[in-house]
Design a binder for this molecule. Sequence first.
Ligand code: CA
Length: 220
Amino acid sequence: MRILLVEDDASLGRTIQSWLQLDGYAVDWLDHGDLADAALRTHDYQCLVLDRGLPGASGDAILAALRARSEPLPVLLITARDALADRIEGLDLGADDYLVKPFDLEELSARIRAALRRGAATVAPVLLRHGAVALDPAAKRVTLDGVPVPLTAREFTVLQTLMRRSGQVFSRAQLEEALYGWGEEVESNAIEVHISNLRKKLGARFITTVRNHGYGLAPA
Ligand code: CA
């Protein structure tokens, strides 16, 4: 899961980025509004966390441009302005949700999970299931036939990416996009290693390799 964070307050931006990385997301952080559009066109994000008051293009302008392209990307607006009129304005511009500073980081995580559920192809259930495997995004827990399976943070993210769109085949590049933000070193065989570990833990046939295309879940 890759998130774009646009926030010009350096201390808040750093705090949110570290928090969401610990939560298992790849997080690209920009501190200037004019850089957002290029990033949104270049990368495959699952959620945009957007400050309203920014140098350069405002959060509202970024959101309006995104929605004008009919991009369904879930957007969580954050702002210091707490007047009712501002909130209504933000939602009318096409934001999915709204957080007023200062906010609790746990609440930010919960709102992002909710936004990701709405952003899935069909409205995703709280608990993702495929065959005998169940994945709980909030508790970061995976079970096989009801028995907890310990996964690393990266393995969890790969599995969650595959389970959110269980009929889809993901290329290695798409999985890398979901795992690594800017400036994070990507080992050339990292995805193969995570897939191999997931197969050891969940069964060799749980994930299929589609030659020259990538990986997907075997039909349940
Ligand atoms: Ca700001």
